[in-house]
Design a binder for this molecule. Structure first.
Ligand code: 5GP
Ligand code: SF4
Ligand code: MG
Length: 464
C-alpha cells in the first residue's frame, strides 16, 4: 500500500503535491518524496519519514515548476532505506524520468536477473526499478510513450504508475485495475491521485477513474488515452474498502465510509449478538462499520475504545514484540462505557490477531462482562501477492485456526466474520460501475498469477 499524487499544468505544482500527499499519509509512513519539472529539468526531494518531516525544510519557491509527482511509501519488508523511497529518478542523455509506483511487479525478480546478466546495474532493491530498465531497453529510436507501453507489456502484477519526464506526465494502471487511481481537474491543471480525498484537500474535482490497462499521456497538448492491453474486468482491491482508504474517499464511485457502513449492516444481519448492551468500534478504521452494525440491530453505538493519535500504525513496526507494545500505547478502553456490559466489538479485519487480542483484554480489564468480536470483512486465509504486506500464510491467524480456536486465542466470548457474499454486496453497489473486486486474500481466487499465459494474450491483443 502506497500513495501517489501527480499534477500537470499548475504554477504551484510542488506545493499542491505536498498537500495531496499529506491527505494520504495513512497509506504509508516510511518515506515520502516528490519530483518537480520546470520544463527543462527534474528536481527531486525525498527522505524516510512522514510527509511533514520530509518537507519541513523545503522552501517551495525553490521547487518551481508546472508539473510534479509525489509518493508516500509503506515499506513492505525491512527495506525502509533511503534508496527505495520514491519517486525514483533516472537520468540519461535523452533526458530524465521519474517514476512513482503503487503495487507489486510479480515477475520483477525474473526480469531483473535477465537484465543484470545483460549488463544492467540496479540502484535500488525496489521492484519499481525494472520499469526504468525495460524502458531504456526499449528506447532506441522510439518515443518515451512507446518505450513505456513496450515495458508495461513485460510486467505481470498489480501496478499503478505515475511517470514524469521534463515535458510529459504518464499515468498507467494494470490490466485488472487492482490498485486505485483517479483523474481530476484543478482549474486548467490535471491531477492524479491514489485516493480522491487528496482532490478534496487541494480543491480539485474528480473527473474519472483510470481504467484497467489504460495509459494517459498528459502534456501541454492535453490528455491522450491509450489502451496498452486488452481490458480485463476491474478487480479493485477489496481491502481498500475494508481498511486502507480514507472514509472520505470514493473508489469506483463508491464512498468508502458508506461501503464500510453497509459492511456493518450486513454483519449485523448475518451475526447478531442476542442480549448485547452496546456496540463499539476501534478508531479509526472500524468506526463506520460499527455505526452500521449498531443502526441495523437498534443498539447504541458508543466510544468504548480511544486512540492516541500520536502513535503510528502498529502494523508497520518490524517485530512482534514491538507491535504488541505499540498496541498498548495506542488504544485505551473507556471504563464508563463498557463496565458490566455485554459489548459487541467491531473491527475491520484480523490479520495476525495481535490488535483484536489486545483490545479484548483491554475491554475485559475495564470491566466488560462479555466481549463479542464481529469482524466486518471475511477471514484472511490467503497471502496477498499484489503489494500488501500479508505475504505468508504462517502469519495469518485465520489461515491456521477456526473461529472457535481464534475465539480462545483472543479470549473473546464469540467471534464471527462477515461472509464473502456480504462483503461484495456492501461494496459492489452497482455492477455496471464496479465490475467486481479482488478478494483473493479472502477467497484464494487470484485474478493474476505470475506465470500467466494471458501475458502473451495481452501483447497479442494490445490496442495502441
Ligand atoms: P492484526 O493485529 O490482526 O495483525 O491486524 C489487524 C488490525 O490492524 C486491524 O485492526 C486493521 O485495522 C489494522 N491493519 C493495519 N495494517 C493492516 C493491513 O495492512 N491490512 C489489514 N487488513 N489490516 C491492517
Ligand atoms: Fe487487496 Fe486482498 Fe486482493 Fe491483495 S489479495 S489486492 S489485499 S483484495
Ligand atoms: Mg484497526
Amino acid at each position: 500500500m502506497n500513495g501517489m499524487f501527480g499534477i500537470w499544468g499548475h504554477p504551484k505544482a510542488a506545493e499542491i503535491t505536498y498537500y495531496g500527499l499529506h491527505a494520504m499519509q495513512h497509506r504509508g509512513q516510511d518515506g515520502a518524496g516528490m519530483v518537480v519539472s520546470n520544463g527543462e529539468r527534474l528536481k527531486l526531494h525525498k527522505d524516510v519519514g512522514l510527509v511533514n518531516d520530509v518537507f519541513k525544510r523545503v522552501n517551495f519557491p525553490d521547487f518551481e515548476g508546472h508539473a510534479a509527482i509525489g509518493h508516500i511509501r509503506n515499506a513492505t519488508q525491512d527495506d525502509g532505506v533511503f534508496e527505495n523511497v520514491q519517486p525514483l529518478v533516472f537520468r540519461s542523455l535523452k533526458g530524465s524520468t521519474a517514476i512513482a509506483h503503487n503495487g507489486k511487479i510479480m515477475n520483477a525478480e525474473k526480469i531483473r536477473s535477465s537484465l543484470e546478466s545483460g549488463g544492467s546495474i540496479f540502484q535500488t532493491t525496489s521492484d519499481t526499478e525494472v520499469l526504468a530498465h525495460l524502458m531504456k531497453k526499449n528506447n532506441g529510436d522510439t518515443t518515451t510513450e512507446e518505450a513505456i507501453i513496450a515495458a508495461l507489456g513485460e510486467l505481470v502484477g498489480a501496478y499503478a504508475f505515475i511517470i514524469l519526464t521534463e515535458d510529459k506526465m504518464f499515468v498507467a494502471l494494470d490490466p485488472h485495475g487492482i490498485r486505485p487511481l483517479s483523474l481530476g481537474r484543478l482549474g486548467d491543471a490535471y491531477v492524479v491521485a491514489s485516493e480522491t480525498c487528496a482532490f478534496n484537500i487541494v480543491g480539485a474535482t474528480f473527473e474519472r477513474e483510470i481504467l484497467p490497462g489504460e495509459m494517459l499521456t498528459i502534456s501541454d497538448e492535453g490528455v491522450k488515452s491509450t489502451r496498452f492491453s486488452l481490458r480485463e474486468p476491474r478487480k479493485l482491491c477489496a481491502m481498500e474498502y475494508v481498511y486502507f482508504s480514507r472514509p472520505d474517499s470514493d473508489l469506483n464511485l463508491v464512498n468508502v465510509h458508506s461501503a464500510r457502513k453497509r459492511m456493518g449492516i450486513e454483519l449485523a444481519k448475518e451475526h447478531p449478538v442476542p442480549n448485547a448492551d452496546v456496540v463499539t468500534g476501534v478508531p479509526d478504521s472500524s468506526i463506520s462499520a460499527a455505526i452500521g452494525y449498531a443502526e441495523q440491530c437498534g443498539l447504541p453505538y458508543e466510544m468504548g475504545v480511544l486512540k492516541n493519535r500520536y502513535i503510528n500504525r502498529t502494523f508497520i513496526q518490524p517485530s512482534q514484540e514491538l507491535r504488541e507494545q505499540g498496541v498498548k500505547m495506542k488504544l485505551s478502553p473507556v471504563k464508563g462505557v463498557v463496565e458490566g456490559k455485554s459489548v459487541v466489538m467491531i473491527d475491520d479485519s484480523i490479520v495476525r490477531g495481535t490488535t483484536v487480542r489486545r483490545i479484548v483484554r483491554l475491554l475485559k480489564e475495564a470491566g466488560a462482562k462479555e466481549v463479542h468480536v464481529r469482524i466486518s470483512s471475511p477471514r484472511i486465509e490467503n497471502p496477498c501477492y499484489y503489494g500488501i504486506d500479508m505475504s505468508t500464510r504462517k502469519e495469518l491467524i485465520a489461515a491456521n485456526y477456526s473461529n472457535d480456536e481464534i475465539k480462545n486465542i483472543i479470549e473473546a466470548d464469540s467471534v464471527e466474520f462477515l461472509s464473502i457474499e456480504g462483503t461484495e454486496r456492501a461494496i459492489v453497489k452497482d455492477k455496471t460501475i464496479n465490475q467486481g473486486v479482488c478478494a483473493a486474500c479472502f477467497t484464494g481466487n487470484y485474478p493474476i498469477i505470475e506465470n500467466d499465459h494471458r501475458k502473451e494474450f495481452y501483447r497479442k491483443y494490445r490496442v495502441d
